[in-house]
Design a protein around this ligand. Structure first.
Ligand code: C2E
Ligand code: CA
Ligand code: CA
Ligand code: CA
Length: 278
């Protein structure tokens, strides 16, 4: 038994060692991509569920490793947050997204672009200045930029975050609450913060047609959003049945594999050509 215990210990320590090494490799890869401006941004269309028209696009960052394999943001965003790289990463995504939306506009397509914002970016007192400068540098009208923040971001320091929201809204941009229903949301916060859009988390959409509770949650979020005058968008719409059900509940916008996966800038341009905008 003693022998076994020792083996088990060495097995675990070996495991720990390799996970530390992998983490270090990932951080190096991320740091290099940021330094050499080699991050990619993909764009996922947001769709009017009744007409199939494009009503927006979400910018989603992509990292490619040395062998050309895509690494999931779910793996490197947390690492970027812990290592402080998230500010530079976030800025690069913001600039690329603004440049892309401006190029759509120059082709006559008014497609609002949504950019994900990490807590550390939103907490930065200079954040509104960064946004203002990006709009100016890329000549993007403020109403074409939307920032997606999570409920958690609003909870860290309510007074400070209220100031930040006010600064951002004064620029004329839109604010969406991402992953709605999964964070520490409270109705009091929703009332206090003047946001524009609620994104219903895909975990509720996934089972809304085979789980009565999820269906009721979706229904409740929609009526809450409506009563507060917010736009609603469902994430992770994968089936025609979900599209129908959401429309019946009066949710008019959706995003998900039913319509399109996130696309490279080139593929998104091809998507625009095949679909009506607005
Ligand atoms: P998110 O903001 O909730 O983005 C939606 C995620 O769901 C994306 O994953 C998207 O590809 C995926 N998705 C879209 N439609 C469907 C669908 O129909 N079914 C399923 N199963 N998934 C769908 P992705 O691109 O891997 O991003 C994961 C998360 O990483 C994002 O979740 C967001 O939290 C974070 N992230 C991505 N890009 C950025 C960024 O530029 N900055 C920050 N701070 N976070 C980012
Ligand atoms: Ca998002
Ligand atoms: Ca989301
Ligand atoms: Ca999410």
């Amino acid at each position: 038994a003693k022998q076994e215990g020792r083996n088990r210990f060495s097995f675990f320590s070996h495991d720990l060692e390799s996970s530390i090494r992998e983490r270090h490799q990932l951080e190096t890869c991320l740091r290099n991509a940021i330094s050499h401006d080699e991050l990619f941004v993909h764009y996922q269309p947001k769709i009017n569920l009744a007409t199939n028209e494009i009503v927006g696009a979400e910018a989603l960052v992509r990292l490619v490793d040395s062998e050309g394999v895509f690494i999931s943001p779910n793996e490197f965003i947390p690492l970027a947050e812990e290592s402080g790289l998230i500010i530079r990463l976030g800025n690069q995504v913001l600039y690329k997204a603004c440049a892309e939306a401006k190029s759509w506009l120059d082709k006559g397509c008014n497609i609002p672009i949504s950019v994900n914002v990490a807590v550390a970016q939103f907490a930065d007192p200079h954040f509104a200045n960064i946004i203002e400068k990006a709009l100016h540098d890329y000549q993007l009208p403020a109403e074409l930029l939307e920032l997606e923040i999570t409920e958690t971001a609003l909870m860290i320091d309510a007074a400070e975050m209220q100031t930040r929201l006010y600064q951002l809204k004064s620029l004329g941009i839109k604010i969406a609450i991402d992953d709605f229903g999964t964070g520490y949301s409270s109705l009091a916060y929703l009332k206090k913060f003047n946001v524009d859009v609620m994104k219903i988390d895909m975990s509720f959409i996934k089972d809304m047609l085979n789980n009565k509770h999820d269906y009721e949650i979706v229904k409740t979020i929609i009526s809450l959003g409506q009563s507060m005058g917010l736009s609603l968008i469902a994430e992770g719409v994968e089936t025609e049945e979900q599209r129908q059900a959401l429309l019946e509940l009066d949710c008019l916008m959706g995003q998900g594999y039913l319509f399109s996966r996130p696309l490279s800038a080139n593929d998104f341009n091809a998507f625009i050509l095949q679909h009506k905008v607005n």
